[in-house]
Design a protein around this ligand. Structure first.
Ligand SMILES: Cc1cc2nc3c(=O)[nH]c(=O)nc-3n(C[C@H](O)[C@H](O)[C@H](O)COP(=O)(O)OP(=O)(O)OC[C@H]3O[C@@H](n4cnc5c(N)ncnc54)[C@H](O)[C@@H]3O)c2cc1C
Ligand code: FES
Length: 258
């Protein structure tokens, strides 16, 4: 099934799962049936407040039955409003949007690398990879253990900036250590997180000649390729800019200039 729908959806739950991190679930048989890992939804958090008229994009974190899960950080007015939703409230949701991750290329081990709430799409992605018989290893980085969220992920290694849990340092340094200690697997990297992290990861992947697919989370407005508000410079030989919402959010690391 494919195609974008816009629906008024009923919130099932919204709970704080880590510091300033919320898991919101809503019912939508149609979005649940259409969505693929790496796609996102654009949510109207509130139709009345000036700064929140624009929709806010969120990765589809997990699907179970007809229920769609979003995992998000409170960073401003839109996410604050969303974090206060209660069971029975309604939100207007547009989706699923964007291109999913490419799961079927030639690799045995999927290395999922996430920084902060870049981990949001990993539960959905993990389920799909395991169903394809891939081995999944997950590397996640947070500022401190208070922000850690790793539910529904597999073989997780944690890095924290403040050293409060796991590897003290960045998630890219943690992955580099893994390559030095282990390596030898036919791997593909799937990554999502801040641009600085994705840049460093792209360089590491090139150094080790590992295929790397990124999900970009730049600022967005319309989410469907109309406003031209989410450009990313191409590095795939074509001139100009791609749009994160329409041409992504997933891109091969070698196809974009961050
Ligand atoms: C495709 C896509 C998927 C996303 N998935 C998730 C997700 O699963 N979970 C999640 O927590 N967030 C996700 N985001 C980011 C999320 O959309 C923003 O955090 C949200 O829109 C902020 O809204 P706000 O009104 O709370 O804050 P705003 O007032 O819009 O912004 C508050 C501060 O955060 C900065 N900011 C806003 N959006 C972004 C962004 N995209 N990247 C970097 N800085 C930003 C602003 O510059 C500002 O400093 C995603 C973004 C995209 C484009
Ligand atoms: S957000 Fe409008 S074109 Fe991408």
């Amino acid at each position: 099934m494919s195609g974008i729908v816009q629906r008024q959806c009923v919130v099932r739950s919204c709970e704080e799962t880590a510091e300033q991190t919320f898991l919101l679930t809503f019912d939508s048989r149609e979005i649940a049936a259409r969505a693929l890992p790496g796609q996102f939804v654009n949510v109207q958090v509130d139709g009345t407040t000036g700064s929140c008229l624009l929709r806010r994009p969120f990765s589809i974190s997990r699907i179970h039955g007809d229920i769609v899960e979003l995992l998000f950080n409170v960073v401003g007015p839109g996410t604050l409003i969303l974090s206060r939703k209660k069971r029975g409230d309604e939100i207007n949701v547009l989706g699923p949007l964007g291109h999913p991750f490419h799961l079927d290329s030639d690799y045995d081990t999927a290395l999922l690398v996430g920084g902060g709430l870049g981990v949001a799409p990993f539960p959905f992605l993990t389920t799909a990879l395991l169903a394809r018989g891939k081995r999944v290893r997950t590397f996640v980085g947070f500022r401190s253990k208070r922000q850690k969220c790793i539910a529904h992920m597999r073989n997780v290694r944690v890095a924290t900036d403040d050293g409060s849990e796991g590897f003290p340092g960045t998630v890219v340094q943690l992955l580099e250590k893994f390559f030095c200690d282990r390596g030898g697997e036919k791997a593909k990297i799937f990554a999502c997180g801040p641009t600085k992290m994705l840049k460093a990861l792209t360089e590491l992947a090139q150094q080790y000649s590992i295929c790397c697919e990124l999900s970009l989370e730049g600022q967005m407005a319309c989410g469907i390729g109309i406003c031209q508000g989410c450009p990313v410079e191409r590095a795939d030989g074509r001139p100009g800019y791609a749009l994160v919402c329409k041409d992504g959010p997933t891109f091969m690391a070698t196809d974009v200039k961050l």
